[in-house]
Write a protein that binds this ligand. Structure first.
Ligand code: SF4
Length: 224
């Protein structure tokens, strides 16, 4: 049984589709700014079952068009038979979107279940090795073949220059169907995985935003 922390409805995570979003526990990365640290560590979480999520989706069915599968890192569970069966059933009535950090190779048959994908790019120091970035590129290529809705999210922290070589490296994998979203990591009351990081300041955000817009010929949205 896969560990699921929560499910609720959202208007922001899969626009323009009103959706439910479910969160699986566990992650292969440990980003300092992570707000979902309880999910990542799977600490003090009362797990839901897939039947609980199904019951929520049944109740919400009149007002949702999509289901976002988020985490943690949901691809850790891509080989779980029950999870795949559950997603296959949902894909017959809802548009599914996968939220992933892109560093785990995604099985084509798993991604086939998803209409959309959001890959979140990390500052270079957050990857365990450069192989992780090659895997992100391979997953982007797979998404180019399979998914209709494609989003690259870039979470900004201090040392934003770290993104530039990385964006250079992946920019030719972004076809014109991708949209890029820059969002600023913020310190929150509930804490993050570690404290030794800073929010990106406004000047840096502006500089990075301009650089990305020049570098990448796809729509760029900034969520500050
Ligand atoms: S921010 Fe995302 S990738 Fe990073 S530790 Fe948290 S859930 Fe994992």
């Amino acid at each position: 049984m896969i560990p699921i922390a929560n499910v609720f409805s959202t208007l922001n995570d899969f626009p323009p589709f009103p959706s439910a979003i479910m969160f699986t526990c566990g992650c292969n990365l440990r980003c300092k700014y992570c707000h979902n640290w309880r999910l990542v560590k799977d600490q003090d979480i009362e797990h839901l079952t897939l039947d609980d999520v199904q019951a929520y989706l049944d109740e919400a069915s009149e007002f949702i068009d999509g289901l976002v599968v988020s985490g943690g890192e949901p691809t850790l569970h891509q080989y779980d038979y029950d999870f795949k069966h559950f997603l296959c059933t949902q894909s017959r009535r809802l548009l599914l979107k996968l939220d992933t950090n892109g560093t785990i190779p995604i099985e084509p048959k798993f991604l086939d279940l998803f209409y959309g994908i959001s890959i979140t790019l990390k500052p270079i120091g957050y990857y365990k090795s450069l192989d992780d970035i090659d895997t992100v590129k391979k997953n982007m290529d797979l998404a180019n073949q399979i998914c209709t809705y494609k989003e690259l999210r870039i979470t900004l922290v201090d040392n934003h220059e770290q993104f530039m070589p990385e964006l250079d490296y992946i920019s030719d994998h972004l076809d014109s169907d991708w949209k890029v979203t820059l969002n600023n990591a913020v310190k929150v009351d509930t804490g993050t995985l570690a404290d030794d990081w800073n929010e990106c300041n406004y000047d840096d955000l502006e500089e990075l935003g301009k650089w990305v817009k020049e570098k990448i010929s796809v729509p760029v949205q900034m969520l500050l």
